[in-house]
Design a protein around this ligand. Sequence first.
Ligand code: HEM
Length: 277
Amino acid sequence: MSTLTEATLLPRKADLTTASNALARAGQTWFIVAATGQLIFAWYMAALYGLSALRGDWETWNKVMPRGWNAGDTVGNIAIFVHLLLALVVTLAGLAQLLPAVRRAAPSVHRWIGRVYIASAFGIAFGSMYLMWVRGAVGDFSQHLGSTFNAILLVLFAVIALRHARARNLALHRQWALRLFMVMNGVWFFRLGLLLWLMIHQQPVGFDPKTFTGPFLTFLVYAQTLLPLAALELYFRAQRSDVAARKWSAAAVIAVLALATAGGVVGATMGLWLPRL
Ligand code: HEM
């Protein structure tokens, strides 16, 4: 009897291991693609805004941002300066936090970068609300609400991830830190989504490029937060599942998302970032 049970259980266990490995590989592939795209984004921010700031050439900022640097608007200028500095910090720090080697070899470095990341999440969330609602930014009310939703989740997830870290609930801390990472990259996903859409249609569809408003952009501003969170949830559930088919289907979805991310990175690099440098 026991041999029979073993005979049926062993192949099932082997299937589950193969499916778990496939899921892990799909997750790693997505992360490598995303990390490459985020390093390009970080390089763009440093090369465009960082280098021109070091030269004192603030006019360059206005070539890209409608309300970049305005003589006389000291508070607004400080807000956008801090926003861009924190954007660079979180992009690089987020990647460092997810590298297992850093966590294993230097846990204290992980903790320090984590504190900087959480503080930056607050800075970006509150600062961007000032930039958008007080100083004024492109887009309509529906888009501003979508960005506000993103900012609220940034603060909420930062607090939850920090609380679990302090309580040493490391499994929960990992989950919430990954959710925070996804939400923090919402604006990056927006740029990828927009350029992927433009590459597919070869022209602006579903929005007016002059006013930067329209149904597609309203959809995208919510999707930038909700789609990556949904994909992450799928990944978590598949990791916990003991059904091989569930792991395989999640791995397939994540592999497709890795391809879409790669397409978006190529589009954003060629269509947005490189031409501005
Ligand atoms: C709720 C979150 C956020 C909101 C509402 C927001 C809002 C804004 C606003 C209003 C501007 C100025 C645009 C203008 O006046 O033309 C801006 C610029 C910018 N933000 Fe954010 N931001 C957010 C998060 C982030 C994050 C997390 C990053 C990067 C990690 C980031 C990167 C940038 C960059 C690079 C620019 C300059 C425009 C460009 O070169 O693409 N932002 N943001």
